[in-house]
Ligand binder design. Structure first.
Ligand SMILES: Nc1ncnc2c1ncn2[C@@H]1O[C@H](COP(=O)(O)OP(=O)(O)OP(=O)(O)O)[C@@H](O)[C@H]1O
Ligand SMILES: [Mg+2]
Length: 445
């Protein structure tokens, strides 16, 4: 406010003291106003701000990606410069800011000069008026003082304006995220009576590319269904469709005969528990990581879940036990430990349907045994959908679905699938060969 009102009041007062001096003081004003408009008002500036945010966003994203990929970069003995996307985005940001500075500096410098230049006009005119005797000394001094500084608040206004434009651009970006359509809520909510699962001719695409084609299968309540298949076949995607992490394009998904789109979202979330392959850990205490922000959970239950999931022992050994912070500044957990924590989460959630996306990375036998035991506890009397990579863990499953390239190519129990001598048979043989080879080398030592 003062950025505008102060110059106006000053000029008005100058007109009151001596209108000629006021006019002289106003000489540089149109130029200053023009520069002001050029600097922060024009569409050019808005475009620049947008570009600035774009390159900043890109750089931040690639930095995160780069840091996450650090282990791989190290293993392959590469340096930062070899991670070209990271390098390019940083250079692009630098180049952009240099261009921006080059573009922005001359008008800014001119603006600063113009806003301080009034005295250059006031002094000769003032002296002339004084010599002519048309202004007295006190009035002259007052005019010189007020007239030379009245535009200084405009400088503040200009930097404020540029800040506001940047904030506006930021807000409109956040707005875009907030105005994403919410997951549609059912008009007439229905509650499933049992926990049978059915996929009916489900097709799904991430954007353009269809990754699941015409998937149909049934899971009876209380049984174990395993999804197996090559990497990228679509197993995780199928599992994630059940809790509506994405909505499907074609077909229907039913739980207990009710389309999941008709089940209230909160109810659906209570029905399904997960333990996912790369379980995300928040940078918070172990306790909070298991509790996951849910209220009304007793500490006793959390610890009980941790015990069942075979987490309790390693958590006790951490520096602050359950209060140890996980993450950058705190303890780091092994893949197996993370997975057991995610199982503990699912255990106390105690949902009737459990989805388990096992880690692909091979674990040491001890970890594998502990996880297997934790899983066995988790799934007692539940409907389980498990994505398994080590086929020997699922030989007892009630149903195995073999997924390849977004389709179910084989369906049945372990023995039946072996007899088919198809993809499952080949995968099984390969894994047995690898296992045998591993034991072989162990024995040779
Ligand atoms: N968020 C996503 N956006 C776009 N495409 C995706 C996304 N997630 C997965 N895909 C693609 O969908 C296909 C199926 O991926 P999905 O993760 O379901 O495979 P998967 O069978 O679980 O593999 P893995 O055994 O390696 O875990 C892949 O081609 C993958 O590139
Ligand atoms: Mg997967």
């Amino acid at each position: 406010m003062e950025g505008i009102s102060l110059p106006i009041i000053t000029i008005a007062y100058l007109f009151f003291v001596d209108w000629r001096m006021a006019l002289v003081a106003l000489i540089p004003f149109p130029i200053a106003a023009l520069l002001f408009m050029i600097m922060i008002g024009g569409p050019e500036y808005k475009k620049l701000i947008r570009k600035y945010h774009d390159s900043l966003e890109k750089m931040n994203a690639t930095i995160v990606e780069y840091i996450r990929g650090m282990p791989v970069v190290k293993i392959f003995n590469q340096t930062a410069t070899s991670f070209s996307r990271f390098k390019d985005s940083v250079y692009a940001y630098r180049d952009f800011t240099v261009v921006w500075a080059k573009k922005g500096t001359p008008p800014w410098a001119a603006f600063r000069v113009i806003t301080g230049i009034s005295l250059f006009f006031l002094l000769p005119f003032g002296t002339w008026f004084y010599l002519k005797g048309t202004i007295d000394l006190p009035a002259l001094l007052l005019c010189l003082m007020l007239g030379s500084g009245y535009m200084i608040p405009l400088v503040k206004l200009a930097s404020m304006g540029s800040l506001l434009s940047r904030i506006n651009e930021g807000v409109s970006r956040i707005d875009k995220i907030f105005s994403e359509p919410e997951i549609p809520v059912p008009d007439t909510p229905k509650i499933s009576e049992n926990y049978d699962i059915e996929f009916k001719n489900v097709s799904f695409s991430y954007g353009e590319k269809e990754v699941l084609h015409d998937i149909s299968f049934k899971v009876k309540e209380g049984t174990v269904t395993a999804l197996v298949g090559p990497s990228g076949a679509g197993k995780t995607t199928i599992a994630q469709l059940l809790p509506r992490m994405w909505d499907i394009d074609k077909g229907e998904i039913l739980i207990g005969g009710v389309n999941i789109k008709d089940v209230p979202l909160g109810e659906l979330m209570n029905t399904i528990g997960f333990a996912f392959q790369d379980a995300y850990m928040f940078s918070d205490t172990v306790y909070e990581n298991i509790r996951m922000g849910m209220k009304n959970v007793r500490e006793k239950d959390i610890i009980r879940a941790a015990k069942i999931a075979h987490c309790h022992e390693f958590i006790e050994k951490l520096p602050d036990g359950y209060d140890t912070i996980i993450g950058e500044s705190g303890a780091t957990l092994s893949g197996g430990e993370r997975q057991r924590i995610s199982i503990a989460r699912a255990i106390w959630k105690d949902a009737p349907i459990v989805i388990l996306d096992e880690a692909t990375a091979s674990l040491d036998p001890e970890n594998e045994r502990l996880i297997q035991e934790a899983i066995n506890e988790l799934v007692k009397s539940k409907t389980l959908v498990v994505i398994a990579h080590r086929l020997w863990t699922i030989v007892k499953a009630d149903q195995i679905l073999v997924i390849d390239d977004g389709r179910i190519v084989e369906k049945g129990k372990h023995e039946e699938l072996l007899k088919k001598k198809g993809l499952y048979y080949r995968m099984w043989n390969e894994q047995m060969k690898a296992k045998g080879w591993k034991f072989g080398t162990l024995q040779e030592r």
